[in-house]
Structures are given as C-alpha cells and as structure tokens.
Design a protein around this ligand. Structure first.
Ligand SMILES: *Cc1c(COP(=O)(O)O)cnc(C)c1O
Length: 452
C-alpha cells in the first residue's frame, strides 16, 4: 500500500494562489482605527513591505513566487511529503483513509517559514534594516528569525510571557538565529508598560504582543513589522502547502472528502485548504472543510462575525472577522499559536457563507489525540496541531459508525519537540481545560466598538 508521496524540486509551485480572486464577494475593507471608516492601504506601507501591501489587496488569481524565495523554500524543506496514516487508521479500526501534509520537516519546525521567507525577502529587496514581530508559542518568531538571518535583516521579537516561561528553548532558537527576544508585555513600549502596571505577571497575548511590535516599529526608523498570520498576504504565501497537496492527492488517486486543520489566525489551514476551496467555489468538488479551534479561544464557534481590532492595544485597523473581542484574555493553553481573539477575514467569510465549518476542542482531548498519533504514526505534533489531529480522528470515528470509507486530509502544521512541557503536563494529569463562561464572553464582546 502506498503511504508516502514526495514531489521533486521542479514540482515546487511557481505561484501562490490568491483566494480573493474566487471569493463569493469582495472582502469588506479594513477600517481606520481612529475614524472607523474604510481606509486605503497606504498607511500599511509604514508597517509592511510594499509588495506585501499590494498582495494584501490583489485579486489576481496567481502571484508569482520570486526565484530567491523558491530557492529558500527548496533549501528549507519544500516540497514537503504527504503521508497516509495507515497505522492510525488500523488503530482506530476505521474504514476512512487519513492523509496528512508534513509542514513540520523544516529547521523551524512549522508551516510558518512559508511566509516568513517571503516577507524577509521582500524587506531585504526594499531596504528594511530591522523587523519587529510578535510570537505566541515561538514558532513564528523562530521562522522569522531564521528568515531574517537568511536575508541579512535584524529581528526583534515580542514573545507572550506565558510562552516565554513555558518554552525557553524556543527563545534560544530565535537567539541562535540572531534575534532579540523580549517577554510581552515588556517594559520597552508604552502599551507594554500599561499592561504591566495592571498586572506585573500578565501572561500576555498575541494581540498585546502585536501592539508592542507595532509600537516599536513606528517609533524607530528603518524598522518594519511582520505578521505571521491573519492577513491576506500571509495566507497567500501559505498556499504552497495546498498546491503541493493537490498534486500529491492526485498521485494517491484520492480526492479528499474532508479537509481539516487547526486555526489560530487561520494561515496554515488556509494554506492547505484554499487551493482545494478553489475547486469547491468553482463547483468542481464538494469537499467539506473543517476548521478546528480551542474551546479556550472560541472565535468562530462562540464569537461574533463583525468588525474588531486586530490587536489588544487598538492600534491596528479593524477587520471584519469572527472574534471573541480584542480585549478577551486568552487562557494560557499550551497551543500558544491558537491564542488569538480573531481569525483571518477571508476564512471568516467562508465560514459565514457556509463553505467551511468549525469545531472546538479542549486541550486535554486534543493532547490525547496527539499522543495516540505519536504512538501510531510516530510524529510528536505541536499542541496547536493536536487540535487538527483530534478533528481528523473524530471524523474518522464517525466514518466508522456509518461504515463509510471517506478520505480525510489534515495539515500537520508543526512538530512538538520544543513543546514537550505540554506532553509532560498531559502525562502528569496537570493539563487544565479552559472555556470562557457566558458572562466573560459577553464582557469582551461588549468592548468591541460599534460600527455603523
Ligand atoms: C502558529 C501555528 C498555528 C496557528 O496559526 P495559523 O495562522 O492558524 O496557522 C498552528 N500550528 C502551528 C504549528 C503553529 O506554529
């Protein structure tokens, strides 16, 4: 039986796929944080690479991947293999076929280099001297630090304090690549100082680290900012995953019935899903898309679809998305990459219009699935990825009940070798499940500004 499909270097995609070309309607424009009126993309040029701002609003179907970026992709693990989880299938005794795309097999250990490399390259081309960014679990920080080293740019990372304490080796990895790493909230920015004054042990959040990284950027010359998820150009860069997977599923002679992935901001899942979603939007397939989020941060399952700030400090434009509110205090779950109050606007539109569904799990049940996966397939996945594994296993078990041989594909977004604390806590029965009560959710939803 075939269990693995690899692609040749020459099969590496030459273009990124842009979902904006095929969305059922144009994305609602971002709103100016001051006036709450639709804004033009120009102010974004202070933060982002010009090329990325153009990609942000482009409706071209395909955008060419620069040769230097393709070369870096090749050097750092692309094309990535696609596996069939025959040992997991046998363990579950399911008639379903489970496939997974390996985004853990590069030096940074997650899908994040797919955009970090592209962004660092454009900044190098445009003369940026230093990049600031946030990181939750540390995967994005490591990917950007690595990519900045590759293209000769300085890198400053604001790392949420909970992850900074839980994952000292992620910090070391970033430092190996030459980045400066600060626990967020830090004393280095005004917004960080404000939150530190409220609580000296503030665990931080992605939304808050974003505010700090942006403040650092706009108060220093030659400095730009880089975001690891949520934005259109980030999701765009991730579509190398799904384009490779489309070819690989053809080589398996299978067509996925379900495509599953975990969502923090939505980029790894969009990366896998959107090239397949293209077929669905063109009515050429009826694949079901299942996004998986943590119950601790239930943006799409219990939040609202409306305009909200992308950061906690209210500095960013507002985007229309599923959100639990930009002031929502994300509980300190181990899947730090999933601790974000909102989700990517294009994905939220697809969920709102019924092209995609979503489910939520607790971290204990997700980590149980991750341990089952490690003991059957051998890969120790990231705590974020454990949610995707749980989602895929649940569908496979439903197929078993109905005796249906459906095809399930999920994204293995990263490995968990620097997240062993999550496994240690799981094994020792110390993992806590969090789920906001109605009152807590209501409170943070009430703090979202009203937009006419
Ligand atoms: C960052 C991260 C995520 C969540 O971010 P998305 O933008 O939703 O992909 C998921 N898995 C891993 C391994 C990550 O590093």
């Amino acid at each position: 039986m075939r269990i693995k499909v690899t692609l040749q270097p020459e099969d590496l995609p030459k273009n990124w796929y842009n979902i904006q070309h095929d969305l059922p309607e144009p994305l609602p424009p971002p709103l100016d944080p001051g006036t709450l009126k639709p804004m033009s993309p120009e102010p974004l040029l202070r933060l982002f690479a010009k090329e990325c701002v153009m990609q942000e609003v482009s409706t071209d179907e395909y955008i060419p991947i620069p040769e230097e970026v393709r070369e870096a992709y090749l050097r750092l693990g692309r094309p990535s293999p696609l596996y069939r989880a025959t040992r997991l299938e046998a363990y579950l005794k399911t008639p379903a076929k489970i496939f997974y795309k390996r985004e853990d097999l590069n030096p940074a250990g997650s899908h994040k280099p797919n955009t970090a490399i592209a962004q660092a390259y454009y900044h190098m081309k445009e003369g940026t001297k230093r990049l600031t960014t946030e990181t939750g679990a540390g995967q994005w920080g490591s990917a950007l630090a690595m990519s900045c080293a590759l293209f000769g740019i300085d890198c400053t990372v604001y790392m949420t304090r909970s992850a900074y304490l839980q994952k000292p080796y992620r910090r070391t990895l970033m430092e190996v690549y030459g980045a400066d790493v600060h626990a967020s909230p830090s004393g280095l920015t005004k917004v960080g100082q404000k939150f530190l004054a409220q609580d000296p042990n503030h665990p931080g959040s992605l939304g808050l680290a974003i505010s700090e990284a942006i403040e650092d950027c706009v108060t220093h010359d030659g400095t730009k900012y880089s975001l690891g998820s949520v934005l259109n150009h980030v999701l765009l860069h991730q579509t190398v995953i799904g384009q490779e997977a489309l070819e690989q599923m053809k080589m398996f002679e299978e067509q996925p019935d379900y495509i599953v992935g975990c969502i923090g901001g939505g980029s790894n899942y969009a990366g896998l899903a959107y090239p397949f979603m293209r077929e669905k939007l063109k009515k050429k397939s009826d694949t079901e898309f299942v996004a998986v989020e943590p119950k601790a941060v239930p943006s799409t399952t219990r939040g609202q679809y409306r305009y909200d700030f992308a950061d906690t400090g209210e500095m960013t434009p507002l985007m229309k998305m599923y959100t639990v509110g930009h002031t929502y205090q994300c509980p300190p779950i181990h899947g730090g990459g999933l601790r974000y109050h909102g989700k990517a606007p294009s994905m939220c539109m697809l969920i709102d219009k019924g092209y995609m569904s979503s489910v939520a799990y607790n971290q204990n049940e997700a980590m149980d699935a991750a341990i089952t996966f490690a003991r059957t397939e051998g890969v120790v996945v990231a705590p974020e990825t454990s949610h995707a594994v749980k989602g895929a296993i649940d569908i496979a078990l439903k197929c078993k009940e109905k005796n249906e041989a459906k095809v399930i594909l999920f994204n293995l977004s990263g490995h968990g070798l620097l997240d062993l604390k999550a496994y240690e806590d799981k094994i020792n029965g110390k993992l806590i499940d969090y789920s906001p009560d109605e009152a807590m959710l209501k409170e943070s939803l009430a703090k979202i500004p009203m937009v006419a």
